[in-house]
Design a binder for this molecule. Structure first.
Ligand SMILES: CC(C)(COP(=O)(O)OP(=O)(O)OC[C@H]1O[C@@H](n2cnc3c(N)ncnc32)[C@H](O)[C@@H]1OP(=O)(O)O)[C@@H](O)C(=O)NCCC(=O)NCCS
Length: 344
């Protein structure tokens, strides 16, 4: 019988190792010995501990197959929980991964249910439980590294932490997307803003305020999430003064902002109602923040619709003054200025 569970578990371990390697590669070399403000481990110590996490898988696999994996004993000679740099950590992770693959090649789904005695539980625990415990250990410390990188201002976001599934693609929007973006905005505003604005405000704002901003697309700062061939979410950031409004909005100011003093603008986020609350808004926002940080910005600012306020608050933005956007034949549109500063 094929070992379906073993294959699924190994794939998950590979995925976590791959993301860990990815995060290690994002650490600036000069930050190796940086100590987080809460007194947490410097990255060099964390790297050594990540090696301990990986050694744990090898120890379980060796106990599950002691005769065939006797040579795993040599792994015990290698230091773990020591201070090490990225090159050493990456080289050693490759060694552990090869041993993990070798150990899994000998494991079966039935073998996952076998109990192995441990120092903590004399009567033994299933191999599956022990391997999952190691996976949990690795994921926890991978997240610790992610937090370190965030505190260091490396501009990391959810895509650095998870591998997204389901055929979604995040990419920069191009001018050929404009008709699809307009349809998406219409559907998003009509479907998701109905609880916050009147029907007149919605129709008028679609005519005079919202819309694709071709300047953002030309600047390469507007993103689209595609599911199959449909665009289901869009949003962008800007190094220009305009705070909100698409091409047809009159109050535009295209002059450039100075990243040293000004806040980058977060602009024109719309998710299709059928795809709301699945993390696409967050995915696009993280891509925008990372790109703006890479361009030197440390602060972000936007004019949020009442519908968007809870979303931005959930992403660390704070509310500022209430603004009023005039509409031709309806009550003005209430929006809220919101901002966020990246910790140095
Ligand atoms: C604002 C908008 C872009 C959010 O997109 P989204 O893909 O649904 O957002 P996410 O799934 O990434 O949400 C992340 C978190 O934000 C918060 N959030 C998002 N929408 C929320 C809502 N309607 N009510 C309360 N909290 C909300 C939640 O904490 C959510 O996490 P959870 O789903 O795990 O609880 C989307 O609602 C939208 O397109 N609205 C209509 C257009 C609009 O007004 N855009 C704002 C322009 S400034």
């Amino acid at each position: 019988m094929p070992s379906t569970l073993c294959a699924a578990l190994l794939a998950k371990i590979h995925e976590q190792i791959e993301r860990t390697v990815h995060l290690i590669g994002l650490l600036p070399a000069e930050s190796l010995h940086w100590t987080p403000p809460d007194g947490g481990w410097p990255p060099a110590v964390l790297f050594g501990h990540l090696l301990d996490c990986l050694a744990g898988f090898c120890a379980v696999l060796a106990s599950a197959n002691p005769e065939r994996l006797e040579h795993f004993g040599q792994l015990r000679e290698m230091p773990v929980n020591h201070t090490c740099d990225a090159a050493e950590a990456l080289g050693r992770i490759a060694v552990y991964q090869a041993h993990i693959d070798e150990g899994f090649a000998l494991l079966t789904d039935t073998g996952l249910a076998r109990r192995l005695p441990t120092v903590f539980v004399k009567e033994g625990e299933p191999v599956l439980t022990l391997l999952l415990g190691n996976l949990e250990h690795l994921i926890n410390h991978k997240h610790q590294l992610f937090t370190c990188l965030k505190l260091l201002g490396a501009g990391v976001g959810t895509p650095d932490l998870y591998r997204f599934r389901g055929g979604f693609t995040l990419r920069k929007a191009v001018l050929a997307d404009v008709p699809a973006i307009h349809s998406l905005i219409d559907a998003s505003v009509r479907g998701l803003q109905a609880g916050d604005y009147t029907p007149d405000q919605i129709e008028q704002s679609l005519r005079s305020v919202y819309g694709a901003d071709s300047q953002l697309i030309a600047d390469g700062t507007y993103f689209a999430v595609e599911a199959g061939t449909a665009i289901v979410g869009c949003g962008g950031w800007s190094r220009r003064k305009t705070l909100y409004g698409g091409d047809r909005f009159k109050g535009r100011e295209d002059s450039l902002l100075d990243p040293a003093t000004a806040a980058a603008r977060i602009r024109a986020f719309f998710v299709h109602p059928s795809w709301a609350r699945r993390g696409f808004g967050s995915l696009i926002l993280e891509a925008c923040e990372s790109a703006a940080i890479a361009a030197g910005f440390k602060r972000f600012e936007l004019g949020a619709t009442l519908t968007g306020v809870a979303f931005y608050q959930a992403r660390g933005y704070t509310r500022g003054e209430r603004l009023s956007v005039p509409l031709p034949n309806a009550e003005p549109l209430a929006v809220v200025r919101m901002e966020k500063t990246i910790r140095p």
